[in-house]
Structures are given as C-alpha cells and as structure tokens.
Ligand binder design. Structure first.
Ligand code: C5P
Length: 236
C-alpha cells in the first residue's frame, strides 16, 4: 500500500536556490517529490534539480514544453538525462509533438540506461475560461476540450495529465484507470486559498481519484513548513 508521501509533490516556487535548498532539506524526511517550475528553473537552471536529487529527493520538472516537435523532443531527452521522475508538456502542441516527445524520452532512457520519467500533459490551464476558447475560435466547451486533449495525450503514449481532481473520473473513464491525474489547487481546510479558484482539501482530492497532489504555499509559505506537511498528512 502506498502512503500520502508517495503522492505528495511540494512545489518549490521561489527564485532563490538557497531558499529552495533549505526547504528541501527541511522537508526531505517526510517529502520525496519536489516540483521545479519555470520560476526556479529560470533563476537557477539545472542546479535546482540537483539540489533536490543531492538530498535524495525526486523532481517533477514542470516546464510545460510547447514548441515544434524536434525542439520538444530535444528538451525531453535532456530532462531524461537529468534524471527527473516526471515532466510535462502542453497537449495543445498536438499529437505529433507528443509522440515525438515520448519517442525521445524512450531513446534517451535506453541510451543512457536511465529510467523513463512519467510524461504528463497539460490540457487547459486552470486559468483558462470559456472566453479563452472563444478567443481561439475553439467551439467546444472547456470540459469537452479538456477531455479531447487528455485522450490525445493518452493516444500519443503519455502517462497522464495535470487536472483538477473534479475531472479525474471523467478523464480516467476516457483514458484508462492507470492514466495519471496530477492535481494542483490543493488546500487543507486550515490554509488560505491564495489565488487558486476552486480548491480541494487533500483527502477529498485523493478520494476523487487524483494520483498525485501538488502543494505549494500551504507548505512553503507556512512559518514551519515541516509542521505544515505533518499536519497535512494527518488530515489525509
Ligand atoms: O501554492 P500552490 O499550492 O497554489 O501551488 C500550486 C502549484 O501548481 C504552482 O506551482 C502552480 O504553478 C502549479 N499549477 C497550478 N495550476 C495548474 C497548473 C500548475 O496551480 N493548473
């Protein structure tokens, strides 16, 4: 049986590598997975990944690749060589981009005797609304569009999507039970929702079918981040 520690990813959303290192060292006894996103990566580069790995942790590289297939394939291969356990790319890059990314990941893993990371697609950002779809002249609604992109990602051999736990059942019924749902917007009842619109407590999110929970500020902005992690784990 896995535990909440196998499903919890703490987002290192800072511009400061030293601060990220302190957080990792503080939390590492309880947290195995850390997310490095565009903010920390543009400030610190691959050192951000190494800070986590040197502490024995695993990295979800959240750089949301979207480019021509060859460029994305190259970036994915580099991420495989960095040894990350999970990375993501935009499903809206299309089937060909997703397929090439998957192929590049397999080749790089094979060539280096490395593990194949989980490839996760971003469907629609949670900041997107129906008016964005209108702007893009996309006629279907948000839910249908999310499902279309999720199915395309699954067809292209990706391992899962970033999505709200509220969409987990719908996505799994279309893409298969093992298709991963990685969910941000997680807030224990005792934490402020910050700028997240539709939050869920961790226990509810897991009950709705989320496979991984991404939690940032409830932990990283807490006066005592380790105590916050422990409290969150107790809630679950
Ligand atoms: O601090 P908080 O828990 O809101 O952090 C959530 C993390 O998940 C942030 O790194 C944010 O960029 C990311 N994320 C999100 N919503 C998405 C995709 C990613 O909040 N739809």
């Amino acid at each position: 049986m896995d535990t909440i520690a196998d499903r919890l990813i703490v987002a290192l959303d800072t511009d400061d590598l030293d601060q990220a290192r302190r957080l990792v060292l503080t939390l590492r006894s309880r947290i195995r997975f850390f997310k490095v996103g565009i903010r920390l990566f543009t400030a610190a580069g691959p050192d951000a990944v190494r800070v986590v790995q040197d502490a024995g942790g695993e990295v979800f590289l959240d750089l949301k690749f979207l480019d021509i297939p060859a460029s994305v394939a190259g970036a994915v291969a580099n991420a495989v060589r960095m040894g990350v356990f999970m990375l993501n790319l935009h499903a809206s890059g299309g089937r060909e981009m997703l397929r090439k990314a998957r192929e590049a990941a397999e080749l790089a893993a094979q060539a280096g005797g490395l593990r194949l990371p989980r490839l996760i697609a971003v469907t629609l950002l949670t900041s997107a609304t129906s008016s964005l779809l209108e702007e893009l002249a996309i006629e279907e609604g948000v839910d249908a569009h999310v499902l279309r992109l999720a199915r395309m990602a699954a067809d292209a051999g990706l391992d899962g999507v970033v999505a709200s736990p509220r969409d987990a059942q719908g996505i799994k019924s279309v893409c298969g039970r093992d298709f991963l749902v990685v969910s941000p917007g997680i807030r224990p009842r005792w934490a402020p929702s910050d700028d997240q619109q539709r939050v869920l407590p961790p226990r509810e999110a897991l009950a709705m079918g989320a496979d991984f929970l991404v939690v940032g500020r409830p932990v990283t902005a807490a006066p005592d981040p380790l105590a916050a992690v422990e409290r969150l784990m107790e809630d679950v």
